[in-house]
Design a protein around this ligand. Structure first.
Ligand code: PEP
Length: 250
């Protein structure tokens, strides 16, 4: 069976007001969306429940992060169990902003992934290299090293609940998108790595998204690459063009 095209919208710490949030959801609720694309949006924690209550049912909601403990004295954190109880089915883990600004290590990302899976959440797992790493020619090794701690804590069957987002750090929020050749090469490398480190079946079935300055202008060419199974979209997910990105295979 083919891999279903997947588009995620990472709102990050936006929108700032409840009215902006409502306007954004209205656009998505009224849009003509390709029914063959799976769509998941990740609003800030504050808006998870209200968004899930008003968003059309085909669009699922993700948290942008979670902790690995289920409850307790962890001020400021949200647990996987709390997300499940709030009927939030997805979580984004390992985003480069969490890795860089909040010093999250790949081992912590692995711990969170294990805890999220144990609580029955589905996961968008982000990996990606910095500009220095790309220029040094180490992209494939960097991404493999980010994936390995997660692989170490997963069973093969867990992979059905994981979508990998390849997001080069130098392309996130910069307007500098990876070329189709760069995206295809790295996606193929990730798939090859999954085949050897997990199994050929997992490599074949796991969706690998591209993220980094995806827009209505560049999405169609990227969407047609053989190993690009969708997108994780930041800035453009706050704009009407997100609809064009969801529909990029149409
Ligand atoms: C992201 O935050 O995951 C992202 C890809 O951002 P942008 O689309 O703005 O580059």
């Amino acid at each position: 069976m083919g891999r279903q095209f997947f588009v995620g919208g990472n709102f990050k710490m936006n929108p700032c007001t409840r009215d902006e949030k409502k306007a954004l959801i209205k656009i998505l609720n009224e849009a003509d969306l390709d029914p063959s694309t799976e769509v998941v949006i990740a609003p800030p924690a504050l808006y998870l429940i209200p968004v899930s209550e008003i968003i059309r049912k085909e669009i699922k909601v993700a948290a942008q992060n979670c902790y690995f403990k289920s409850s307790g004295a962890f001020t400021g954190e949200i647990s996987p169990a709390q997300l499940v109880n709030a009927e939030i089915p997805w979580v984004l883990l390992g985003h480069s902003e969490r890795r860089t600004l909040f010093n999250e290590t790949s081992e912590e990302v692995a711990q969170k992934t294990r805890a999220a899976l144990d609580a029955t959440l589905s996961i968008i797992l982000c990996v990606g290299e910095t500009l220095e790493q790309r220029e040094a020619g180490t992209t494939a090794q960097v991404v493999a090293a980010q994936l390995q701690p997660v692989i170490n804590v997963l069973k093969e069957s867990d992979w059905s609940k994981i979508v990998v987002a390849y997001e080069p750090v130098w392309a996130i929020g910069t307007g500098k998108v990876a070329t189709p050749a760069q995206a295809q090469e790295t996606h193929a490398d990730v798939r090859k790595f999954l085949a050897s480190a997990v199994s050929p079946a997992v490599a074949e079935s796991t969706r690998i998204l591209y993220g980094g300055s995806v827009s209505a202008k560049n999405c169609k060419e990227l969407a047609n690459l053989p190993d690009v199974d969708g997108f994780l979209v930041g800035g453009a997910s706050l704009k009407p063009e997100f609809v064009d990105i969801v529909n990029s295979k149409k």
